[in-house]
Ligand binder design. Sequence first.
Ligand code: AMP
Ligand code: MN
Ligand code: MN
Ligand code: MN
Length: 286
Amino acid sequence: MSSSSIRNADLHCHSIVSDGTLTPEELAARARANGVELWALTDHDEVGGQRRAAAAARANGLRYLTGTEILVSFAGETVHIVGLGFDAEDPRMQQGLADTRDGRGPRAREMAEGLAKVGILGAYEGALKFVGNPALISRTHFARFLVESGHCKDTPEVFRKYLTEGKPGYVPHRWASLKDAVGWITQTGGVAVIAHPGRYKFSATEEYALFSEFKAHGGRAVEVVTGSHTPAEYVEYAAMAREFGLAASRGSDFHSPDESHCDLGTLPYLPEDLTPVWELLADRIQ
Ligand code: AMP
Ligand code: MN
Ligand code: MN
Ligand code: MN
């Protein structure tokens, strides 16, 4: 199949190597069952699952692009940059990601101290039980612990009450810079993609700055159809892709059958007039 005939690409999801609950093999089988033609596993700040994912894609007859989702601090917000089609073995990518993962352990301990102050004890150890990769302990793992221990009914409630700005378990963090994240991706042969732009609380001016700076650093695509966007946002960010001359990406951001409302490969296709990001990566598809 040539890359231009692909419609059902899912280029954003998470495994137990970051904060998902399925293995790369389970995700590949689920993607296949849902009719996905081209898949990428995009664990947060981590490429440790890439070999397994590529092998599982091959075993399931799926085309594959390497992937990751890098957290970036920009204008007081955390912006997510997806990287696709890079060389996951390249030390520049591996070292960059290792550096950005570094602060997670101390941050998690601080989060637990904040929760202890409001009477929730043992949250660090509790979160660790849900962690597949100790270097990637995240708010999602704390959320699973708080649900399991009966403090909240589901993960959205945990984030609302405990894990967002101003709440007892929230600890701000300095992530990678936009320039570095886009640099690691492009220097290692990949394409950088702004993930779910509809999710950031930016003014129009800040959003314009994000898109402009992203492009100036070598970024080439934006997620238009994602599980984090409303249909109105598909239209809005399709227009941004046209305005900024960016290719478009599509991905569910699937984390878990129990927590994610959007399954692998089930979103609408990209608008026909946009350039799919996988056309820029035809020679990187495995
Ligand atoms: P961290 O990287 O530790 O800041 O954790 C962020 C992760 O938490 C994201 O990757 C999402 O998977 C998850 N997350 C963020 N906000 C929410 C929310 N409001 N409801 C559920 N999950 C969320
Ligand atoms: Mn996540
Ligand atoms: Mn994200
Ligand atoms: Mn994601």
